[in-house]
Design a protein around this ligand. Structure first.
Ligand code: 1CP
Length: 345
């Protein structure tokens, strides 16, 4: 607090010149931090979420500990679904588990509209608190309809997404109703976060890589276009789109009115540029390298950065989230390395 506001991340999102490459990490708050584990001894996941003081503390932890250039709101992609009628629990070692999965139009009709001020006031209060506490930008986020639908239909984490895709192929009317509902929830949730002070938003479509480009275009792109277009018309903060295992979808993603694309580690940033993608990029170090000898980690990070900075608009991140066995010390050293290596003075 009291430090000069560090807007490097926002500048990179707008392709402006930056004093160093900004860094933040997906899942930068979580089980790899001893302090987080201690807080989780006292509270359940949703208890943290619903208590703005504690939620803000957890959000700030990685900023204070690692020196990253952005904070991401501590919540889950399931957070806005609980108040609209989804019985979800976050189960240790598994993730979100739902005891009333969706299988019919009637189930979809039972989902309520999200009224953020009434349904998730604690999220908006956490954002307002954080804006007074942080000297880096605050990223708000939500899940994307396909990824949310995968949990709603499968009842929890999945490997092949067969049930989800089966539903998509065989019940087009129900599928579209579900996409429309989840798009509405996403837009109203993100707009409320932005109005409360979120300075950028990331939409996590973590599992959409399960679809072919053809299916993405037919079943998903119209919904994602509508979401990003509505955000653009009503707000003016950068939007970031992320999916894992989705390099085959990048040409479709490039047509979306999203501002920044967050790339997973399976493709090099040079290859992404060679596809003709000119949006700012975020990524994409393989998170497993956090367990490699530091010299190798550094060498690979350098490679990612050299490719990333070949054009304006680059944010360093991992290709997917930090996992529980990663070390705080390694992440701190990596953050310092990115800053030192790219520092202009
Ligand atoms: O620091 C941060 O990044 C903010 C907090 C955050 C975010 C952005 C959490 C807290 N979850 C998420 C997003 C999220 N949740 C995604 C998208 C990002 C990604 O792909 O990693 C997804 C797919 C989820 C669903 C989820 N919630 C999982 C994955 C399950 C699966 O299908 O493999 C898990 C394990 C959770 C629980 C969860 N969410 C967040 C934390 C810290 C945890 C760990 C649980 C705990 O403390 O008990």
């Amino acid at each position: 607090m009291g430090k000069k506001f560090n807007d490097t991340f926002l500048k990179a999102c707008r392709k402006e010149e930056v004093p160093h490459v900004p860094v933040w990490y997906m899942r930068q708050a979580g089980r790899y931090q001893p302090e987080y584990r201690a807080i989780r001894e006292k509270y359940s996941f949703f208890e943290i979420n619903e208590n703005p003081e504690v939620c803000a503390e957890v959000t700030r932890l990685p900023v204070e500990q690692l020196g990253v250039d952005a904070a991401i709101l501590f919540a889950d992609i399931m957070t806005p679904l609980k108040p609209i009628g989804v019985h979800v629990d976050i189960v240790e070692g598994i993730g979100p588990v739902i005891d009333n999965p969706i299988s019919s139009l009637q189930d979809i009709g039972k989902l309520k509209d999200l009224k953020p001020e009434e349904d998730v006031p604690y999220i908006l209060d956490t954002i307002k608190l954080l804006r007074n506490q942080l000297d880096v930008p605050l990223i708000g986020f939500s899940g994307a309809p396909f990824t949310l639908a995968s949990y709603l239909i499968e009842g929890g984490p999945s490997k092949g997404y067969h049930k989800t895709k089966g539903f998509m192929y065989s019940k087009p009317k129900e599928w579209q109703a579900l996409m429309d509902k989840l798009a509405e929830v996403t837009v109203s949730y993100l707009q409320a976060q932005i109005h409360s002070g979120a300075q950028a938003v990331q939409v996590f479509d973590s599992w959409v890589g399960a679809l072919s480009a053809e299916d993405y275009k037919e079943y998903i792109a119209p919904t994602m276009t509508r979401i990003f277009k509505t955000l653009k018309e009503n707000t003016n903060v950068p939007s970031i789109y992320f999916g894992s295992g989705s390099s085959h979808l990048l040409e479709e993603w490039n047509k979306l009115p999203a501002d920044v694309l967050s790339i997973d580690w399976r493709i090099s940033l040079d290859k992404v540029r060679a596809l003709g993608i000119d949006k700012p990029l975020q990524g994409n170090l393989d998170p497993s390298l956090l367990l490699a000898p530091f010299e190798l980690l550094k060498e690979r990070a350098k490679k990612v950065i050299d490719q990333g900075i070949s054009r304006p608009g680059y944010i360093f991140n991992l290709g997917h989230g930090i996992f529980p066995s990663a070390s705080v010390d390694t992440l701190k050293k990596l953050t310092d390395f990115v800053h030192d290596y790219t520092s202009k003075n």
